[in-house]
Design a protein around this ligand. Structure first.
Ligand SMILES: Nc1ncnc2c1ncn2[C@@H]1O[C@H](COP(=O)(O)OP(=O)(O)O)[C@@H](O)[C@H]1O
Ligand SMILES: [Mg+2]
Length: 237
């Protein structure tokens, strides 16, 4: 189990140009589970994930991992909604994060090959990453993040605009990673995906966390009118 938890978020807030993007947030995340951040467009999902990952400066409060903050930084990864591919081959994209860790070349190649196969790109190792389809790119971005074996992985709507097959493949990779102990904290706008993957839900609206509950509780007996409306498919403002 990761030394990074519990993650204590106390009064954490991000403001930009006088506008509150997210917070103040007061929650504690434990070492186990898969946390799903849900809420309508513009609710603050991306801002919350970036704030927790430490790439959005806090204007108030604290985000405190249980270990040293530099170590926490090294042990976490982030997959962006539209990942940037290196102008290199699939295999080189996978080797790159390992090269940064000074992992010997032969071992890095072997691990990269394993991951290419795992994501169904075994036959495309030499292809330029920039010409991959949307689903292939997203799988490669995911593999590039997981290949380092992070304790925590943030993903921001990783399946937005992907077809059903790519979504299923990505969900399978996430489920396997989660089962092997990677702590996943992600957002989605897809309630089917949230139900399939989440063990707990953070429901956010206007930058404010309205609910933080076990997935079963959230989906069966949402506590707030806003969450009930959102789950009903109503327009929530
Ligand atoms: N860097 C930024 N500067 C100013 N406003 C921002 C910035 N990033 C996001 N916003 C605004 O903050 C709000 C929340 O955005 P975001 O976190 O992207 O929501 P979501 O991911 O739920 O769609 C939106 O109104 C968005 O326009
Ligand atoms: Mg977003």
């Amino acid at each position: 189990m990761s030394v990074m938890f519990p993650l204590q978020i106390c009064g954490a807030q991000v403001r930009r140009r006088g506008k509150v993007l997210v917070g103040p947030v007061d929650i504690t995340l434990q070492a186990e589970g898969l946390t799903m951040v849900i809420g309508p467009n513009g609710a603050g999902k991306t801002s919350l994930l970036k704030m927790l990952h430490g790439i959005m400066r806090l204007n108030a409060g604290t985000v405190k991992w249980a270990c040293d903050q530099d170590e926490a930084r090294r042990r976490q990864g982030f997959v962006f909604q539209t990942p940037v591919m290196l102008r290199r081959t699939v295999l080189e994209n996978l080797i790159y994060p390992l090269a940064l860790l000074n992992i010997p070349k032969p071992e890095a190649r072997e691990r990269a090959r394993d991951w290419a196969t795992k994501i169904g790109l075994g036959g495309a190792e030499g292809r330029q990453a920039t010409v991959l389809s949307g689903g292939e790119r997203q799988k490669l971005a995911l593999a590039r993040a997981l290949i380092r074996g992070p304790d925590v992985l943030f993903l921001d709507e990783p399946c937005a605009s992907l077809d059903g097959r790519a979504m299923r493949e990505i969900e399978a990779i996430l489920q396997a990673a989660s089962a092997e102990g990677t702590r996943i904290i992600m957002s989605t706008h897809d309630m089917g995906q949230a139900r399939r993957l989440a063990s707990e839900v953070i429901f956010i609206l206007h930058g404010v966390v309205h609910e933080f509950s076990p997935a079963e509780t959230f989906f069966e007996t949402p506590q707030t009118a806003q969450a009930r409306a959102f789950l009903n498919g109503d327009i929530v403002e």
